[in-house]
Design a protein around this ligand. Structure first.
Ligand SMILES: [Zn+2]
Length: 129
């Protein structure tokens, strides 16, 4: 029994669960936005670190992207638009145009192709707002 609770605690830590189970529902609701704000800050830091680390250790920046996406998923927030095109959605690698990602234009769309797994994403050039 004691061993089981220990394992559960470890999983919570590893998956970036910010809300401890002992917090009641009312407190949970009011702190929800605060947790989202913290998550956004962490995502920002992780992508900045990924950008910095890419020259020295690309695998580490892939790891940062992976963590940032996990945080975003858990807190149900979007990856900021400035980082949206800087990673591969398929293999979670940090993508730099001309290094590990090819960028080309075809039929009014910008096409990003991951050099690691070949995953393709298309974005329209003229997006009407
Ligand atoms: Zn990929």
């Amino acid at each position: 029994m004691e061993n089981r609770t220990k394992i559960h605690f470890y999983i919570n830590i590893s998956e970036h669960k910010y809300i401890p189970s002992f917090v009641n529902m009312a407190a949970k609701k009011s702190s929800k936005t605060a947790f989202k704000k913290i998550a956004m800050e962490r995502i920002d830091i992780l992508f900045k670190n990924a950008e910095y680390e890419f020259v020295y250790n690309p695998e580490l920046s892939n790891r940062y992207v992976n963590i940032a996406r996990k945080i975003a998923m858990r807190q149900r927030i979007r990856i900021p638009s400035e980082y949206k095109r800087k990673f591969c959605r398929n293999c979670n690698s940090y993508a730099v145009p001309g290094e590990n990602m090819s960028v080309r234009i075809h039929r009014g769309k910008v096409i990003y192709k991951c050099g690691r797994c070949g995953y393709i994403r298309r974005f329209p050039i003229n997006k009407r707002r």
